[in-house]
Design a protein around this ligand. Structure first.
Ligand code: GDP
Ligand code: MG
Length: 727
């Protein structure tokens, strides 16, 4: 449920002349630039993406303009106001029940015909409205010219040309909003005329609605239209009333008279009305962007080349992530190395103190290990932002649509999955765009198989540790593909078994291609990276300290420590040994002591309980404990490995980076299995929590947790055992 406006939040515009308070709702088709304009006028930084379904819940912000304070609501993008999908219902509810003072309909001016369809429906709700003709740069480049005076007159409302992503038209829009007050309400422009037969029925129904005095806060004509269309929401509200009967009869009459159902007839008339208006007021000269887009699409989504191009682009993205991310990664690594040596130098050599270990092993080893991968994260999200903003991601969903159809779902499910490349939490929330509850559940359950950003540090640690550099890009690509393949497989499996059901028809929308703007791409990248930094400074820091403590405590007993001491003295005083050999032996003893401390620690004990379970996957107790830590946040895997391998290790200029230590301790096969397990296994806590909230049931959340962990175990064990047979 959207949080609808409460009575007391609403306009107080008439009472006080010095400050006005207005509630403004932003409506518009997906991709018309709604979020861009929302951000522009409220100064917020909401996610902007060039594919449908990004905004699923309305988002609020405040905008001050002169003496007016506006509460701005960004509604989910919709093409219409039917009751078929969650977004449309949310949008509609806010419009009807929230009673905004002004609606701003953001229209993609380069695609006027389709965009006006929504505008017409809002006009029928008799809400005061301003049209923002966004993307007027694109419209101009297509050679479209608008007779704005005529359009304003015909539609009876103000129209403001805008270029949202450049900030053009902001003040014009805001002053148009303040001028369009409630009083100006009933527009003088004309609404579609539905033709003699339909109008006759509408007039009758409207009269009946007025007499019934039901749903009085909605315009009677609008109710009549919705009744005739068989709108499920209004029908439900008026079920068992005389009105429902009347509407049924009217619909039947029209159907036999005109040979089609009223819903389709009304839609036709609306488009007819729009076409008429546009023919009068829009002049088109040259080549359209649509046509350019269509020409690109003939190749990019073609049956033969579509998939190879998708795979190729993904490959390129991952290759780039490593090649560009490599050098800055080494700089950060060197910086942390220097920091460790400097901090370590504050204590005299040979002295062990808890604080020193906490700083060096717990914090620098743990959090530093994670921060090293910031450049990779940055470049991956840069690439994804470009793909999204250009409109390519929508094509990817379109391509997957074909595949998804084969397994009984539609490509709309793939949009949340694409968002899942960033983070599963918003991805699971994005499943709200799916109409069927069963499809929603299926999608929610498999979304975590899409490799999220938090897993990247794990891959970025493991891949260079075990594979030669020409394999870096390809390995990452393979891991991501395994995730997609498993997600599709699991969706198919769930759809065949527990969650069988019909999938409503759906036409995938392909927005036109667009050159991404620097600002939007950078915002996107910044949002991601700052989230990563924040996580490193909070959750990961906290858990690293906890894990570090678990590895210190309870420590060796006095007798054990004594034994190691005796061994040391024995060697130190043995004059038959030559000096270098003696040093070597002493180092071995230090190492053995650290190992013994770790194994008897709390963490070591947890690890040894887990070891037999995870052994078939090729994991020792160190990896096993890191896997447990990864449940809190995936990056913790990296920090935990960093802690384990920096404990009992002298910090000096020769300390090797973590990946070299891993290389010395594990095989390639084990490295691959680590990635596989991290990819598939239990998503992080936040994901489980959001699955619980969105599915409204612990059962599905726990099923996701247990199912994915089990799947991870089975797949990893199979791969490890098979791999061992071969090598
Ligand atoms: P929403 O789905 O309606 O919220 O649309 P967004 O605000 O996410 O914008 C979709 C895409 O259009 C983004 O890539 C924006 O940067 C871009 N965009 C927004 N306004 C304009 C505009 O006026 N001109 C151009 N060329 N692009 C725009
Ligand atoms: Mg949006």
């Amino acid at each position: 449920m959207p949080n609808l406006l409460r009575e007391d939040e609403k306009s107080t515009s008439s009472s006080d002349s010095s400050t006005h308070q207005l509630t403004v709702a932003l409506a518009g088709n997906p991709n018309s630039g709604k979020t861009t304009i929302f951000n522009l006028i409220t100064g917020a930084r909401q996610h902007v993406g060039n594919y449908p379904g990004v905004t699923v819940e309305e988002v609020r912000g405040v905008c001050k303009f002169g003496q007016t304070r506006m509460d701005v609501i960004d509604l989910p993008g919709t093409y219409s106001l039917t009751a078929y999908s969650a977004e449309e219902l949310v949008a509609r509810q806010v419009l009807t029940e929230g009673k905004p003072d002004v609606v701003v309909d953001i229209v993609d001016a380069s695609n006027l015909n389709r965009n006006l369809y929504l505008a017409i429906q809002i006009m029928e709700l008799q809400l005061p409205m301003v049209l923002a003709f966004n993307m007027s740069d694109v419209a101009a480049s297509q050679g479209l010219k608008f007779d704005l005076d005529m359009l304003q007159q015909r539609l009876g409302l103000k129209i403001v040309p805008m270029v949202g992503n450049k900030g053009t038209g902001k003040d014009d829009l805001l002053s148009a909003v303040t001028e369009t007050t409630r009083q100006a309400e009933t527009a003088t422009g004309s609404l579609p005329n539905y033709g003699e037969e339909i109008e006759r029925e509408l007039v009758e129904l409207q009269k009946a609605v007025e007499e019934s005095a039901l749903l009085t806060d909605l315009p009677p004509r609008w109710i009549a239209i919705k009744l005739l269309e068989g709108d499920s929401d209004i029908r439900e509200k008026l079920a068992h009333t005389e009105l429902a009967d009347l509407a049924d009869k009217a619909a039947q009459r029209l159907e036999s008279e005109l040979g089609d159902n009223p819903e389709a007839l009304l839609a036709d008339r609306r488009y007819g009305f729009i076409n008429g208006v546009c023919r009068e007021a829009v002049q088109s000269t040259v080549e359209s962007r649509r046509r350019v887009s269509d020409r690109i699409d003939a190749v990019v989504v073609s049956r033969i080349l579509g998939l190879p191009i998708f795979l190729g682009l993904m490959y390129l993205v991952f290759q780039l992530t490593f090649t560009l991310g490599g050098p800055p990664m080494e700089w950060i690594e060197a910086a942390f190395g220097w920091l460790a040596v400097t901090i370590g130098g504050l204590w005299p050599t040979g002295s062990e103190s808890l604080l020193r270990s906490l700083l060096l092993d717990g914090i620098i080893g743990g959090v530093g290990g994670v921060l090293v991968f910031l450049p990779n994260i940055l470049f991956l999200f840069l690439a994804i932002a470009i793909l999204e903003d250009s409109g390519y991601m929508a094509r990817a969903a379109f391509l997957m649509d074909r595949l998804m159809h084969k397994i009984g779902m539609h490509g709309k499910s793939f949009v949340p999955m694409l968002i899942g490349f960033g983070c599963s939490v918003p991805a699971i929330m994005a499943t709200r765009t799916l109409e069927s509850r069963k499809d929603r559940l299926v999608t929610m359950l498999v979304v975590p198989l899409m490799s999220c950003g938090a897993r990247l540090p794990i891959y970025a640690l493991i891949i260079p540790a075990f594979f030669p550099s020409k394999w870096h890009g390809p390995m990452l690509w393979i891991i991501y593909l395994i995730g997609i393949a498993l997600a599709v497989f699991c969706a198919w499996f769930l759809k065949k078994t527990v969650l069988r059901g019909e999938t409503p028809p759906f036409v995938m929308e392909l927005p036109p291609y667009r050159l991404p703007t620097l600002r939007s791409v950078l915002t996107h990248m910044w949002n991601r990276s700052s989230a990563y930094l924040k996580k490193a400074g909070t959750i990961i820091l906290g858990i690293s300290i906890l894990l570090w403590a678990m590895q210190q405590w309870p420590g060796l007993s006095a007798t054990q420590v004594g034994e190691f001491e005796t061994m040391r003295t024995a060697i130190a005083t043995d004059s038959s040994l030559d000096e270098s050999f003696r040093d070597l032996r002493l180092e071995e003893i230090d190492f053995a002591e650290a190992e013994a401390t770790l194994q008897s620690s709390l963490m070591g004990r947890v690890g040894s309980v887990l070891e037999p379970v995870l052994k078939p996957c090729g994991f020792d107790w160190k990896i096993s404990t890191a896997m447990v830590g990864a449940f809190a946040a995936k990056e913790v895997f990296v920090s935990q490995m960093g802690i384990v391998y920096s404990l009992g290790e002298e910090q000096d200029e020769e300390s090797e980076p973590l990946r070299e230590k891993l290389q010395a301790n594990y095989t390639e096969l084990q490295g691959f299995c680590i990635m596989l397990f991290c990819l598939i296994s239990a998503p992080c806590m936040a994901t489980i929590a959001v699955t619980k909230r969105e599915s409204n049931s612990w059962m599905w959340a726990l099923l996701q947790l247990a199912g994915l962990t089990f799947l991870a175990w089975v797949v990893t064990t199979a791969v490890y055992q098979a791999g061992q047979l071969i090598t």
